[in-house]
Design a binder for this molecule. Structure first.
Ligand SMILES: *[C@@H]1O[C@H](CO)[C@@H](O)[C@H](O)[C@H]1NC(C)=O
Ligand SMILES: *[C@@H]1O[C@H](CO)[C@@H](O)[C@H](O)[C@H]1NC(C)=O
Ligand SMILES: *[C@@H]1O[C@H](CO)[C@@H](O)[C@H](O)[C@H]1NC(C)=O
Ligand SMILES: *[C@@H]1O[C@H](CO)[C@@H](O)[C@H](O)[C@H]1NC(C)=O
Ligand SMILES: *[C@@H]1O[C@H](CO)[C@@H](O)[C@H](O)[C@H]1NC(C)=O
Ligand SMILES: *[C@@H]1O[C@H](CO)[C@@H](O)[C@H](O)[C@H]1NC(C)=O
Length: 921
C-alpha cells in the first residue's frame, strides 16, 4: 500500500500540519540558532546561502510561520526527479520473502515494441525480479510455493498505460450523483484534485484492467479551462484510492504531478450563458492569462520572501508569513516546473494560443491531448519537445475534430514527435485501448511505435518510466498475457497482473483455444498508402481482376455460400460478372484481354459484396453539435403520416465518404428524432453523389423505427410505459391510422426498436408473440440475457455497437464485458442461442461504421470469415428484408484483419472508385 503522494510531497501552504516530526519541539520564542539549524537541515544540498551569524534575536513573524516559509524556500529549489536507479535499489532492498510467479517461454513484446522470444520472467514481491532469454542456461530452482506457468510462446507485454482517463471520477453507468469530473462552478479551478473525488468501486475499473490497462492517469475533465490535478492509479480493485496510488515521489522528495487544462469548444459551450464567460476563444485566453498572471505575482512574492529569508538581516526584516494561496499555488508550482501540464485542445489556434501563454508566463507543456490537428503544426510542437496524446479514430462529431486525418498517428510519429494513444474513458471505453492502437497501426503507424504509444511512451510522459512501461528487473510486476498478437483483430488478454498479482484470468477453455494456429503471433502488415500503377478507372464496365486469394462473390454477382479460394480471377463484362475462379476462367479472361479489357493485378486480393449497415445519422448529420449541419429533429409524433428519411439524405458528408471508401456501400438510416418515434428508414448508397444517381435510394426499403428509453423527449410519450403502450396500440387498435402499421402488423415491414435494456427487450418479445409483427432489436447490450427467448420468438438483434458493453447508462449496465472476464461477448451468446444477429453502430459520433468488418470479424472469431461477412451484409439484409447487394468491393490484403485497403468499388454496373484514399473526397 502506498501513502497519498501528498504525504511525502512538498508541503503546501495551509497544510503544514501534515509535515511530521522535523520541526517538533520548537516553541514560539525562537532563537536564531534554532532557525539556523532548520536552515541547515533543509538547505545543505541546495545553493541556498544560510545566514552566517549566530546571535540571539527575536523576529517579527511567528516562528512556526517562519520555519514553514523557510522550508518552502528550500523546496522551491528542487524539482521532481525520475530516479533511474529505482529498479536496482528495489532489487537490492528486497527481503525476498514472497512466493514467485515464473512464466516460461513467453514471447515478450516490451514497452518499446522490441520482441524477445523464449523469455522467462520471474515476478516476486510485486516486481519483476528476473527476465532472462535462455531458461536452460539459467534454470531457476522453484520452491513449492512458486507458481510456474509455461506460456508456450504466447505473447506478453507490460501492462498498458492510459494517460487520459476519467475512470473513478465519471463513474459508469453514469449517474448524476457520481459525476465528479469537472468543477464547473468557475472556468478556472486549478485547486481541484481528481483524487478527492475518485471512486475505487467504479465498476469500469476491473473491466478496463481486463483490457490490459494496468496504470491510468486519472484527469479532471475538460468542461472548464484549468480543471485541476490528476492522479496516477493502478487499475486494481480496492476499497480505498490509497491502495491504488502509484508512488510518484522520487529522491528529491517531490512527487510527479499532473495538471489538466483545456481549450476549444467545450469551454465556450459550458460558459456561454454564464456572466463570467468565456463565450469565445478570446475569453478563454483571457481566463488563462489572468490565472497565470495571479500565479506569477504570487510566485514573485514568494521569491522575494525567500530572498529576504536567505540572510540573517533579511530574516529579521520579514513582517509577513510566506505568501500563499490555496487558489493559485498549483499554478505557481507549474511555473516552478513541478507539474506536468497536459492540455486538451484540437485546433491549431488553440495550440498556438496555448504556446503564447506558455511563453508569456514561462511554463512548459508536457503533452497536447486530443490535438487532432497537430499534424498541421508539427514543426512548432517538435521544437518545443511536446508530446501528442491523441486518438486514432475520432473525427466528424464536432467542428474541432471534423476533418481529422486518418493518418495522424503515423504522421506525428514519423515526424519525431512522441505520439501516445488514449481512450479518454468513458468517452471511449477504457477497456479497448488496444483497439485504438490497432486502428493506428492499420493506418500506417509501425508496430513498434504503436506498442510504444500505449506502453512506454505514456510511462515516460508520466515520469514513471523507471517503474512501469517495461518488463525489466526491478520494475512493477504489471504484465499482460495475450491470446494472439495484440495488434490482431479481437486480441484479448488471457491474464493481467498488477504489482505481481493476477487481477483477471480467462477460463481454461479460452487458454486452450488460444493455442490454435488461427491465433497468430505476428502483427498484421499495415500496407503502404502508395497507390500502385493501375489500369482501373472509374466508369469502366469491363474489367479483369487478378490476384485474388478469396472471393465471396460468385458467378451470379451475389454472395456465394462457399468462397472461391486459391488464385482467383474475376472477369466483368458489360457491367456483370461473367466468371469467378481459377483455371476455369482462363479462357474468358484471355478473351477479355484480347478485347483490350483493362485488367488489374492485386496482391493478396479479396473480393466481398459491398457491406450494408444500419446507422443513427449517416446522411442526416455531419457535426452533431452544429444544428446547421443536420437534418433537424422531427417532433417524433407524426404517427398518422410517418416521415421517411429519404427526403433528408445528403450525399456529400465526410461520414458517408469514409464509410464508402472503406467498403460500406449501403446504409440504412431512419429520420432523426428526439422523441420515441423516428418514422421510416431509407436504404441508400453511401457512394451516390445525389438522390438523382442510379439507385441512390432503394425503392423497396422501409422499416419503422422507434427508440424506447429515457432519452426520448417526446411530450406525448415521456415514460417508457407510454412508449411501449403506444407501440402496441399502433400495431393493434390504432393500426388503421396508416397503411404502414397495417403492413407492420402483417409482418410485411420490419418494426425496428432501438433499446439496450433487457426488460424492454422482453416486452418486445411479448409484443411479437401477441401481434406477429416482425420486430427487430437494434442496440441490444443486454439482449444476451434474453437470448433463448429471442431465438424462440425469432426476434433478430442488430447489436450496436458490437462490443455492446460500454455501459454508459443504467439501462445497459448488464452488458457482457467479454473475455477474459466472460467467455463470450454479448453477440456471441446470441449467435450460440440461434438468434439472427447483425452488427452495426448506433453511436452518436458515427465514425465506427467504416470499422464494421473488423468488428464483425472480432465477434465471429478468427477463422470464420463467412460469419463475419454475414454479420455486416447478408444478416442485415435478411433482418430488414432488404434486397441483396449486387455491389462488390475488391481489397488488397485481408479485410477481416487490419492492414487491408480497398482497391476497387463496383456498383450499378460500373467501377466507381479505384484505390480510394479513405480521407479524400
Ligand atoms: C516455446 O513455445 C513454442 C511454441 O509453442 C515452441 O515452438 C518452442 O519450442 C518453445 N520453446 C521452449 C524453449 O520450450
Ligand atoms: C516513495 O518513493 C520515494 C523515493 O523512492 C521514497 O523515498 C518514499 O519512501 C516512497 N514512499 C512510500 C510511501 O513508499
Ligand atoms: C522548461 O523546459 C526547459 C528545457 O527543458 C527547462 O530548462 C526549464 O527549466 C523548464 N521550465 C519550467 C518552468 O519548467
Ligand atoms: C495466378 O494465375 C494467373 C493466371 O491465371 C497467373 O498468371 C499467375 O502467375 C498465378 N499466380 C500465382 C501466384 O500462382
Ligand atoms: C462460423 O460460425 C457459425 C455460426 O456460429 C457456425 O455455424 C459455423 O460452424 C462457424 N464456422 C467455422 C468455420 O467455424
Ligand atoms: C478533409 O481533408 C482532406 C485532406 O486534407 C481533403 O482532401 C478533404 O477534401 C477534406 N474533406 C472535407 C469534407 O473537408
Amino acid at each position: 500500500m502506498e501513502k497519498t503522494q501528498w504525504q511525502e510531497g512538498p508541503s503546501r501552504p495551509g497544510r503544514h500540519n501534515r509535515d511530521r516530526g522535523v520541526i517538533l519541539g520548537i516553541k514560539n520564542n525562537v532563537v536564531l540558532t534554532v532557525v539556523v539549524a532548520v536552515i541547515t537541515t533543509y538547505f545543505l544540498s541546495s545553493q541556498w546561502h544560510a545566514p552566517r551569524h549566530q546571535e540571539t534575536h527575536t523576529y517579527q513573524v511567528d516562528a512556526t510561520d517562519l520555519e514553514y516559509g523557510i522550508k518552502q524556500c528550500a523546496l522551491n529549489q528542487r524539482r521532481p526527479v525520475v530516479d533511474e536507479s529505482l529498479g536496482s535499489f528495489r532489487l537490492g532492498a528486497r527481503s525476498s520473502a514472497g512466493p514467485r510467479t515464473i512464466l516460461h517461454n513467453a514471447t515478450l513484446i516490451n514497452g518499446d515494441g522490441t520482441v524477445t522470444t523464449e523469455c522467462s520472467i520471474e515476478i516476486q514481491d510485486g516486481i519483476f525480479t528476473k527476465v532472462s532469454r535462455a531458461p536452460a542456461d539459467d534454470p531457476v530452482p522453484a520452491s513449492s510455493d512458486d507458481k510456474i506457468i509455461n506460456l508456450q510462446g504466447r505473447i506478453v507485454t507490460p501492462g498498458l498505460v492510459d494517460m487520459h482517463s476519467h475512470a473513478g471520477v465519471r463513474e459508469t453507468p453514469q449517474l448524476w450523483a457520481t459525476e465528479d469530473v469537472t468543477e464547473i462552478s468557475a472556468p478556472v479551478t486549478p485547486w481541484a484534485r481528481a483524487i478527492d473525488a475518485f471512486k475505487p468501486h467504479d465498476q469500469a475499473i476491473p473491466v478496463i484492467a481486463s483490457g490490459g490497462v494496468t496504470t491510468s492517469l486519472i484527469l479532471t475533465g475538460a468542461k472548464n479551462q484549468i480543471s485541476g490535478e490528476g492522479v496516477v492509479v493502478k487499475m486494481k480493485w480496492a476499497n480505498s484510492v490509497r491502495d491504488m496510488l502509484v508512488n510518484t515521489t522520487g529522491s528529491s522528495g517531490k512527487p510527479q504531478r499532473y495538471l489538466k487544462m483545456a481549450m476549444g469548444e467545450n469551454q465556450k459551450r459550458q460558459f456561454e450563458h454564464s456572466s463570467t464567460g468565456p463565450s469565445t476563444r478570446l475569453g478563454e485566453s483571457y481566463w488563462y492569462r489572468k490565472a497565470y498572471d495571479n500565479a506569477a505575482r504570487l510566485k514573485r512574492q514568494q521569491d522575494r520572501w525567500c530572498e529576504a529569508a536567505s540572510t540573517a538581516q533579511g530574516l529579521m526584516s520579514i513582517t509577513q508569513e510566506y505568501p500563499h494561496s490555496l487558489e493559485w499555488q498549483t499554478l505557481v508550482d507549474v511555473l516552478r516546473g513541478d507539474v506536468r501540464v497536459n492540455v486538451h485542445g484540437y485546433e491549431t489556434e488553440d495550440i498556438l494560443a496555448m504556446f503564447d501563454h506558455a511563453d508569456e508566463f514561462g511554463f512548459n507543456i508536457t503533452a497536447l491531448h486530443h490535438a487532432l490537428h497537430a499534424d498541421l503544426v508539427m514543426d512548432q510542437i517538435k521544437a518545443r519537445d511536446i508530446a501528442v496524446v491523441g486518438f486514432s479514430d475520432s473525427w466528424g462529431d464536432k467542428k474541432e475534430l471534423y476533418n481529422v486525418s486518418s493518418y495522424l498517428p503515423r504522421r506525428i510519429s514519423e515526424y519525431g514527435i512522441p505520439f501516445v494513444l488514449t481512450r479518454d474513458h468513458p468517452a471511449l471505453h477504457g477497456q479497448w485501448l488496444i483497439y485504438e492502437a490497432q486502428i493506428a497501426h492499420h493506418f500506417g503507424l509501425d508496430a513498434e511505435s504503436t506498442i510504444s504509444s500505449i506502453i512506454s511512451l505514456p510511462a515516460r510522459l508520466l515520469g514513471l518510466d523507471n517503474r512501469v512501461g517495461f518488463v525489466r528487473p526491478g520494475y512493477d510486476g504489471d504484465l499482460v498475457v495475450w491470446d494472439r498478437h495484440p495488434l490482431q483483430v479481437g486480441a484479448t488478454p488471457l491474464e493481467v497482473y498488477i504489482d505481481g498479482k493476477s487481477v483477471t484470468r480467462a477460463s481454461d477453455s479460452l487458454w486452450e483455444t488460444s493455442e490454435s494456429s488461427l491465433y497468430t503471433r505476428e502483427a498484421p502488415t499495415s500496407r503502404s498508402s502508395q497507390v500502385p500503377e493501375t489500369s482501373c478507372r472509374p466508369g469502366l464496365s469491363d474489367i479483369v481482376i487478378r490476384g485474388l486469394k478469396t472471393s465471396f462473390v460468385g458467378n451470379d454477382g451475389l454472395r456465394s455460400e462457399n468462397p472461391e479460394t486459391g488464385n482467383v480471377t474475376v472477369v466483368v463484362r458489360a457491367g456483370r460478372i461473367v466468371c469467378v475462379g481459377g483455371n476455369k476462367c482462363d479462357n474468358v479472361a484471355t478473351q477479355a484481354l484480347e478485347d483490350e479489357v483493362p485488367s488489374m493485378e492485386l496482391k493478396d486480393g479479396y473480393m466481398l459484396p459491398g457491406l450494408t449497415v444500419v446507422t443513427r445519422q449517416h446522411g442526416l448529420t455531419e457535426m452533431r453539435q452544429e444544428p446547421s449541419t443536420a437534418d433537424g429533429f422531427s417532433a417524433g409524433e407524426e404517427y398518422a403520416k410517418p416521415l421517411s428519411s429519404q427526403f433528408g439524405i445528403k450525399f456529400d458528408g465526410i461520414h458517408l465518404g469514409r464509410a464508402y471508401r472503406s467498403g460500406v456501400t449501403r446504409i440504412v438510416t431512419p429520420p432523426l428524432t428526439e422523441g420515441f418515434f423516428h418514422g421510416i428508414s431509407t436504404l441508400f448508397r453511401s457512394g451516390a453523389t445525389s438522390i438523382l444517381d442510379d439507385g441512390a435510394i432503394a425503392k423497396s426499403s422501409a422499416a419503422l423505427h422507434f427508440t424506447i428509453g429515457h432519452s426520448a423527449k417526446s411530450s406525448l410519450t415521456p415514460s417508457i410505459t407510454s412508449q411501449i403502450s403506444k407501440l402496441r396500440d399502433l400495431l393493434t387498435i390504432d393500426k388503421n391510422i396508416s397503411p404502414v402499421y397495417q403492413s407492420a402488423a402483417r409482418s410485411e415491414i420490419p418494426v425496428v426498436v432501438h433499446t439496450n435494456n433487457k426488460d424492454v427487450i422482453a416486452h418486445m418479445v411479448a409484443l411479437k408473440r401477441e401481434t406477429g409483427a416482425h420486430i427487430v432489436i437494434v442496440g441490444g447490450s443486454e439482449a444476451h440475457l434474453m437470448a433463448t427467448e429471442l431465438a424462440e420468438a425469432m426476434v433478430p438483434v442488430i447489436v450496436a455497437p458490437f462490443w455492446g458493453c460500454e455501459p454508459l447508462f443504467w439501462d445497459s449496465r448488464n452488458c457482457l464485458p467479454g473475455p477474459p472476464l466472460t467467455d463470450r461477448l454479448g453477440p456471441q451468446v446470441l449467435l450460440d442461442a440461434g438468434v439472427k444477429v447483425g452488427i452495426s453502430n448506433w453511436d452518436d459520433t458515427n465514425n465506427h461504421i467504416r470499422n464494421s468488418i473488423w468488428e464483425a470479424s472480432w465477434v465471429a472469431g478468427p477463422g470464420n470469415q463467412s460469419l463475419a461477412l454475414d454479420l455486416v451484409s447478408k444478416n442485415i439484409e435478411d433482418i430488414l428484408k432488404l434486397p441483396r447487394s449486387r455491389d462488390f468491393v475488391a481489397y488488397e490484403g485481408n479485410p477481416f484483419n487490419f492492414g487491408a485497403s480497398v482497391a476497387l468499388i463496383f456498383e450499378e454496373g460500373k467501377a466507381r472508385s479505384c484505390y480510394p484514399d479513405v480521407d479524400e473526397n
